[in-house]
Design a protein around this ligand. Structure first.
Ligand SMILES: Nc1ncnc2c1ncn2[C@@H]1O[C@H](COP(=O)(O)OP(=O)(O)O)[C@@H](O)[C@H]1O
Ligand SMILES: [Mg+2]
Length: 356
């Protein structure tokens, strides 16, 4: 995936966005919602776009199927440039791109079956074709038994499954999800996320989802793009961004544990300090977290544990330790050398005088 700057050469991307800008005019005011967006979405992957409210997520997603016209820039779906298509071709292209919404956007006066059939009806398909396809997608989302019910008779999770069935009727190659689980309880969220993953893996559909919830990214995305004030500020494989978030906004979205230690840390050695406080971070594809005895032995001194955290994402262990060692002249380079096969990042975060 490419964000600004570095050009990574992936195989032909499914969606290629270049120099995309979007400015809204509203009541004489200009709102710049997207600035210089450059992004490649690989085929068959699930890419999550995360950012705070107002960051520009919906604007970006809506330009991907022509619901929103960009102010400038290029969007290619495979080789087809979307921004210059006429109305007729845009309608054709939209059939290749399904979309689901936070509030489902179902028609309350129509049954589940009729809701799902509607896009096919509008496209003029024969009744028998409509019937077989609607039955097929309702079965895929596990709602065949609800076909004759109305949306008001369904739970939120079931409504979203109808939304997904409707988005799939035209055999799309891409599925766009705008906060698809934000209105759902945790249990329904996990059902919908599993369904999206199944659709991605079994049907090979590329999924682009936007969310403000890191949990969603963590559970199903292969790659993550962080957007802030209309710009991409960070992107990469989920485990990699999660293990080493570089931007403050990413750290905030990840809700990284604020450093809460039972004593004050001084950035430089204080005459009354008794310990050096060291932070160690690791990331590994091994079956288990690194061997603690090996880590602790490398200090060749007593080691006090003040904080530890471990997470498992995309078959990667990600963890951190904050320890205190009663050695104010700790040889950091030597420690890094000794631990280099286990620990990717070691830093002295300060000096303190813990009271025990
Ligand atoms: N139709 C519109 N007219 C004017 N301003 C808009 C419109 N849609 C969105 N915006 C503004 O563009 C910015 C990005 O909005 P949006 O893409 O909806 O962000 P997000 O989905 O991340 O919450 C916000 O400042 C929002 O107020
Ligand atoms: Mg939005």
């Amino acid at each position: 995936m490419v964000s600004f700057g570095a050009q990574v050469n992936f195989a032909v991307p499914h969606i290629q966005i270049r120099s995309l800008h979007k400015t809204y005019e509203s009541q004489g005011q200009q709102v710049q919602a997207l600035k210089e967006i450059n992004l490649d979405i690989p085929e068959g992957k699930i890419v999550g776009i995360i950012g705070k409210s107002g960051a520009g997520k919906s604007s970006l997603l809506r330009t991907l199927n022509g619901l929103e016209q960009p102010s400038s820039g290029s969007i290619k779906i495979h080789q087809d440039e979307l921004t210059t298509l006429d109305h007729h071709h845009l309608i054709q292209l939209r059939q290749r791109i399904g979309m689901i919404f936070q509030h489902f956007n179902l028609m309350s006066a129509k049954t589940v079956w009729e809701n799902v059939a509607l896009p096919l009806k509008i496209s003029g398909y024969a009744k028998s074709d409509i019937k077989s396809r609607v039955d097929e997608v309702l079965s895929l989302v596990g709602l065949s038994h609800k076909a004759e019910q109305y949306p008001s008779q369904l739970s939120g999770g079931q409504k979203q499954r109808v939304g997904i069935a409707r988005a799939l009727v035209h055999h799309p190659e891409i599925l766009l999800c705008d906060e698809a689980t934000s209105a759902l309880d945790p249990e329904s969220t996990s059902v919908i996320l599993s369904l999206l993953k199944k659709i991605n893996r079994e049907l090979g559909i590329t999924i682009v989802l936007i969310t403000h919830e890191m949990q969603v990214i963590r559970e199903i995305c292969d790659q993550v793009v962080v957007i802030d004030h209309g710009q991409i500020v960070e992107s990469g494989q989920v485990w990699s961004v999660f293990s080493n978030p570089k931007q403050p906004i990413t750290q905030e979205l990840l809700n990284l544990e604020q450093l809460e230690l039972p004593f004050q840390i001084h950035p430089s050695v204080q005459t009354d300090s008794t310990q050096t406080i060291v932070k160690l971070k690791y990331e590994s594809e091994a079956q288990h977290a690194p061997d603690l005895t090996q880590i602790l032995a490398s200090f060749a001194a007593p080691v006090y544990l003040y904080q530890s955290h471990v997470d498992s994402i995309q078959q990667h262990f990600i963890g951190s330790l904050i320890v205190g060692v009663p050695q104010l002249d700790l040889n950091l380079n030597q420690l890094k050398q000794q631990l280099k096969s286990l620990i990717q990042h070691i830093e002295v975060i300060g000096y303190a005088r813990p009271t025990h």
